[in-house]
Ligand binder design. Sequence first.
Ligand SMILES: [Zn+2]
Length: 117
Amino acid sequence: MTQERMILGADEQYCSSCGAVVKKTAELCPTCGVRQQSHAQQSYAPRTEGKNKWVAFVLAFLLGGLGIHKFYLKKYAQGVIYLLLFWTLIPGIVAFVESLIYLFTPEDTFRQRYPND
Ligand SMILES: [Zn+2]
């Protein structure tokens, strides 16, 4: 999104609230006064990032019987169980239900449930 806008200086970023260009070192946006989160701080706080529910949904829907979505979600032990029980077709049924659960889970909730780290 931001790539389409004017090129930023190396020490500049967009205000998280109003979109004005502010210095990365600025604590507050001079335009709207909202406290800024620097990129450095964001990289230290990856909790806001998480797994993409659409990727999980597609994996569970197409490859669920093999537990691929469990590996994507870092539920490795569960993924191995799916693999071991693949021949029973039960994991495929469970994964189909899970894909529907993923589909109807809000993206924010999903990211909190399955963080990246
Ligand atoms: Zn602002």
